[in-house]
Each structure stands twice: as structure tokens, then as C-alpha cells.
Design a protein around this ligand. Structure first.
Ligand SMILES: Nc1ncnc2c1ncn2[C@@H]1O[C@H](COP(=O)(O)OP(=O)(O)OP(=O)(O)O)[C@@H](O)[C@H]1O
Length: 351
């Protein structure tokens, strides 16, 4: 657990970057610091690995005040990911990841073996390990940055705008990857972003910062979204609030048309459509009555939200959305009309 106790940082030039920060990040959870530029998110995060010392107040890690701990060994238990990955340009991917292990005194061969495992964990293509950072895409560099932070298996991870240098599609991919990794590893994570959607998607809890470095609200995403503490938080989440809140409404009440056992081939759906399933049981295309193949759209995972259901309908070329098993295999279909009915019921416009 990481605890901030009334932590304040005033820089030498008189700038108050952080003002009276008090919050707890429970072990195994992901807390997002979100807010506009310059409101003290990074400074707050850097207090945890002693890159910044608080002017007053305390930071405790696992119940111990870190003020008295030597910085270098303290940092060994903390992974750090920054924008663009922060990779060493003259080292290969493998050596970048192995480097943190070498610093811990592991022999070269052992460090490289462990680095391989970390690279696998972030699903970076193995053929990329001998490349240099400049030969990777932004998204790939970020994956290497995450692999490097995870390589030594530290209990704590600090992530400063880790996904902001990549385009929105890659960004969402990396966010989902992060959720998967976190569900396996259960690290204690602080992630800094200015993107409220990223905060809502990734955070177990969200701390909303305002200029001047004071936290306005610290709560779970649904509370921040549906009960913003004040005008500042409201301004941050206000836009598209109704749509965003659908992420917290269940899609379970939407009637489904079960598909039964799905084998490779085509499944006829209604008069006009066929769903094509590949040899791995995954939906590969919708085929219309003229035989044109179209991308199948997103799927509603088990336990998925009303927002996932709406997205499945909006991205589908057919008037059906696909419920999946979480790995791309369709299990049932939902109809657009039923999704719209569920939305209307939620909005209270149908009784
Ligand atoms: N070393 C420093 N000396 C003086 N002022 C600083 C220093 N580092 C940061 N600041 C100031 O402290 C304030 C908070 O900065 P910080 O980087 O923590 O904000 P942030 O919310 O992370 O913003 P961004 O998203 O732009 O990184 C800003 O006004 C910044 O200019």
C-alpha cells in the first residue's frame, strides 16, 4: 500500500506543485492521477520513488515512511514507465529490458532469459528483440517500456503518461493489454494521465487534480462519473457523461439469441446475413445477401456493459451485435432494437 499523508511540494522558485495530498493506494490496485497539465500529478507520483522529496507531509510504502530509506534500493522495488518508453537508444530491445536485471546483479544469461519472459508478457513480437528503439513503432516502444518496468517483478509500478505518445487505436490496444497484465499480476500501480477516458477505463480509483496541486475527488470511476464532487470534476467528466456512464450499466438484461456450438463455416442469421467463423471458432466476417464480406465489429464480452453492447451494434455491418467469450469466439447475438430498448429503459423514456 502507498499512503500520502498531507504531502505538499513547494519548489525552490515558490511554485506550489502539490498541496496537502492525502490518499491511499491499496496494494494490488491501480490508481489514476488525472487532471490538466501542470496540476502536480507527476510531482506527486515522483514522491513515491524519491525523485522528489515532499516539503512537508509523509509518504509511506507498505506502512514505512520512505523519508529515511536510501533512494537507490528503495527504487529497486518500483517499476517506472514514462512516455515514449524512455529506452536507451544504443541498446537493443532485449538489452534494454535486461538492463534493470543486470543492475540488480543478475548474470547476463539469467538477465536475458528473464527479459525474454517479460517481453512475452507484454506480447511484443519475438522477432523485434534485436532491434533498436528507433526501429520500433511508438506502440512497440511503449510495450518495451512496460516489459522493462515489469522485468524485475517489482510490487509497485509508476506510469507517467505511458500511452499518450501513440494514436488512439494503438492507445486503446495498450490500455486493454495493461488491464490484462494487471488482472494477472495485481501490482500496486499509480498511472498519470490527462485523459479522463483513460482514467475511467483503467483506474480502480481515480484522483482528480486541479491547478494548484489539490485533489478534488478520490473515488472509483463510477462515482467520479455519476457524482462529481464539484464543478471542477464535473467539467472534466461532463462531456459525453451519459455515454460514458453506460460503461457501468450491465448488458445482461438484453435478450440474446444463442448460437449453440459454433463450428468453422457460416451461420445463417435471419433472412439477409451470414456470420463467418474461422477454424479457431472466432468470428471473421459478416456476409450480406450479395456475398460481400464485412469486418465483424466489436464483441460484448461476458459480463459486458451496455456501452459494449451499443459499440457492438454500432460497429457491426449487420443489425446484430455479437456476444463473445472474451477471446473472439461468438456465443450469442443481440439485436439492435433490443439494445436501443435497453438504452431507452435506462433513460426512463420507456416504462
Ligand atoms: N523542478 C521544478 N521546479 C519548479 N517548478 C516545477 C518543477 N517541476 C515541476 N514544476 C512545476 O510544478 C507544477 C506541477 O508540475 P507537474 O509536472 O507535477 O504537473 P503535471 O500535472 O504532471 O503536468 P503535466 O501533465 O504537464 O506533466 C507545474 O506548475 C510545474 O511547472
Amino acid at each position: 500500500m502507498i499512503t500520502f499523508e498531507n504531502a505538499t511540494k513547494v519548489f525552490a522558485d515558490g511554485t506550489t506543485a502539490v498541496e496537502g495530498l492525502s490518499l491511499k493506494v491499496e496494494a494490488g490496485t491501480l490508481t489514476v492521477f488525472v487532471g490538466p497539465s501542470g496540476c502536480g500529478k507527476t510531482t506527486s507520483m515522483r514522491m513515491v520513488n524519491k525523485m522528489v522529496a515532499p516539503t512537508s507531509g509523509r509518504i509511506l510504502v507498505g506502512g514505512r515512511d520512505i523519508a529515511g530509506l536510501p533512494a537507490v534500493p528503495h527504487r529497486l522495488g518500483i517499476g517506472y514507465v514514462i512516455q515514449h518508453g524512455g529506452l536507451l537508444p544504443h541498446r537493443t530491445v532485449l538489452d534494454n529490458v535486461a538492463q534493470v536485471l543486470r543492475l540488480r546483479g543478475l548474470r547476463k544469461r539469467v538477465a536475458r532469459a528473464r527479459a525474454h519472459e517479460a517481453i512475452e508478457r507484454v506480447r511484443l513480437r519475438p522477432e523485434l528483440i534485436d532491434r533498436y528503439p528507433a526501429q520500433l513503432s511508438g506502440g512497440q516502444q511503449q510495450r518495451v517500456g512496460v516489459a522493462r518496468a515489469l522485468a524485475a517483478d517489482p510490487p509497485i509500478l509508476l506510469m507517467d503518461e505511458p500511452f499518450s505518445a501513440v494514436d488512439p487505436v494503438v492507445r486503446e490496444e495498450l490500455q486493454l493489454e495493461m488491464l490484462r497484465i494487471q488482472s494477472e499480476l495485481r501490482k500496486t500501480i499509480i498511472l498519470v494521465t490527462h485523459d479522463i477516458d483513460e482514467a475511467l477505463r483503467l483506474g480502480d480509483r481515480i484522483a482528480v487534480f486541479a491547478p494548484g496541486g489539490a485533489v478534488q475527488q478520490y473515488a472509483d470511476p463510477e462515482t467520479v462519473l455519476t457524482r462529481p464532487a464539484n464543478a471542477h470534476v464535473h467539467a472534466l467528466v461532463g462531456r459525453d457523461q451519459g455515454y460514458r456512464s453506460l460503461a457501468f450499466a450491465s448488458a445482461d438484461a438484453i435478450p440474446t439469441l444463442p448460437l449453440g456450438p459454433v463450428l468453422a463455416g457460416r451461420i445463417r442469421v435471419g433472412e439477409a446475413w451470414e456470420l463467418e467463423v474461422d477454424e479457431n471458432g472466432r468470428a471473421s466476417a459478416w456476409i450480406d445477401r450479395r456475398g460481400a464480406r464485412r469486418a465483424p465489429g466489436s464483441q460484448v464480452p461476458p459480463g459486458g456493459s451496455l456501452r459494449a453492447a451499443l459499440e457492438a451494434i454500432l460497429t457491426s455491418p449487420a443489425p446484430y451485435g455479437i456476444r463473445g467469450d472474451g477471446s473472439g469466439r461468438p456465443t450469442a447475438l443481440i439485436e439492435a432494437a433490443d439494445v436501443y430498448r435497453a438504452l431507452a429503459l435506462r433513460n426512463g423514456s420507456l416504462r
